[in-house]
Design a protein around this ligand. Sequence first.
Ligand code: PLP
Length: 391
Amino acid sequence: MSERVYLDWNATAPLRPEARVAMMAALDDVGNPSSVHHEGRAARHRIEQARERVAALVGAEPRNVVFTSGGTEANMMALTPALERAQDKTRFDRLIVSAIEHASVRGGGRFAAHQVEVVPVTPEGVVDVAALGCRLDELKRQGLRPPLVSIMAANNETGVVQPIRAAAAMVHAAGGLLHVDAVQAVGRIPFHINDLEADLITVSAHKLGGPHGVGALVKRSAALHLAEPVVKGGGQERGARAGTENVAGIAGFGAAAASATVSMTADGGRMRVMRDRLESGLTEGPAVIFGRGAERLPNTCLFAAPGVRAETALINLDLDGFAVSAGAACSSGKVAPSHVLAAMGVSNELSAGAIRLSIGPGTTENEIDLFLKAWMKLLTGLSKDRRGLAA
Ligand code: PLP
C-alpha cells in the first residue's frame, strides 16, 4: 500500500491550509511585535488578530487569551497556588484533579505533591462529580480553604466528554476555581468558556489544525491574575508570559481557530458517521470499545481485542500503512499501562491491548474500510500464529 492512512488526530491534527498560508506570510515578516515601528506593528497585528480568533472560538474576550508554547505550558501556567482573584488574594493550598487527566495536569503544575488530590471516574470514564461534591463539602465542613480544581473537557484516550458545567457549579458553590484542559475538545465540539463557566481553559494549536508548539491559557475574567509567571523576563503577554512571541506559530493558531469556528459543526457530523462505521466494523469481531456508553468526541475510538497486544498491532498496522496510537500518544515511545483505563477499572491485560483511533474531518469511508480490512487481516494472522504455536 503506497498511501498512508493517518488515524492519530488526537496526537496531532494535520495542518489546515489556512494555517499554512498564515504562517508562511508571517515568516516573511521581519518585525519584533514589541517594536513600535511599522514592521513591529505589522507583527503585533498578526498576534492580535490571532488572539481575537482564538478568543472567538471559545467565547472569551481577546484580552483574556495568553499565548504559550502549547497545552503543557498552559496547564503549568494555570495550576499554581498563586492564582489571584481581584476580591481575594489568598493563595490556593490545594489542587483537585481527576484521575484521567493528561500528565501535565496530573503532575500538579506548581503545587507540591502533597497538595494534590485525585477524584475518581466511573467505569465509563466520566469524572465522578458526586465524589467531587462530597470532597468539596468535607473541605467546607472542616473549615479548610476552597481548592483549585482541574478537570479536562474531553479525554485524549477515550474521547469521553466530561461534565464541566456540573463540576463548575459545585466548585463555585464551594468558593473554588475550575481550570479545564480543553485541548481535545476545542475545535471539535462547541466549547464556550462562559456557557460552561470554566474559570481558565487550556487550548493547544496542533490538536485543531494549527502548528505544534503553540497554545493558550484563556481566562473567563480579566479579574483573575496569574501572579507568578512560569516564564519571567520582558513584559510580553501583559506580563503573563515573557519572551518574544512565536509570531508565525501564533498566526497559524489563529487561522486554524478561525477555520475550526466555521467548519466545526459540519466536521463533527461527518466524523461521527465515520467513527460509527469504524465501530460497527470493529464490533463484528472481538472488540471492546471503552467509554462507548458515555458522551464522546465524534472522532475518537479506544478499543481492545482480548489477546491482542497493542505494540504488536501498532507495528503491524504501521507496516501496512496505518498511523494509530496505543493509549496516549503524548507518552508514546514508552509502553506503560494507561492510567485512564486503570481509573476506569479495566484489567491490565485488556488495557495492554488498547488502541486509539482518532479521525478527522478529512477521514474518508475508504480509509475506514481499508483499516477494517487490515485489522481483520491482523486478527486472522494472530490467531493462525496462536494455532501454530499450540500445534
Ligand atoms: N492536554 C491534553 C488532554 C492532551 O491530549 C495534550 C497532548 O496530547 C496536552 C494537554 C499537551 O498539549 P501540548 O502537546 O500542546 O503540550
